[in-house]
Design a protein around this ligand. Sequence first.
Ligand code: RP5
Length: 162
Amino acid sequence: MKFISILMGSKSDYEIMKEAVKVIEKFQIPYELIITSAHRTPARTHSYVKDAESRGAKVFICGAGMAAHLAGVVASLTTRPVIGVPMPSGMMDGLDALLSTVQMPGGMPVATLAVGKAGAKNAAYLALQILALNDEELNAKLEEDRIAQAKKVEMDSLEVEV
Ligand code: RP5
């Protein structure tokens, strides 16, 4: 079972989307990753979403830039949660993709995160938190991760505080 499906519109998105991959691999959750475009490969996108669902996909993460329709198209094809990550490309360096990803018509949600690497990282965390609703072991790992994040802030502070 591949619980998380990561889609990106272009290979050029991978530099950003690998931030999501790193988090999911750290938590050892099975995932899939595919390059497929809402515009360049619409049929591949449609059939992939349906096939991924049958392989066990519980959450979809979609990274796209410019017109950034991928997350919206995926949301139209599934009732699984869809998380959108706008890429920092295009005329407005990602603001265009952010607005495109976030402005879905009512009844067709895309959980839209920040533009770029922080958005990709948080997309993975949000997907894991969704899975953890039914997985106590994963939830415990996420709680440990929060403690580790807090400790890191304290350690970082020790290095600079006066
Ligand atoms: C989008 O267009 C992709 O998600 C990418 O962010 C952007 C540019 O794609 P390339 O021209 O680099 O392939 O569909």
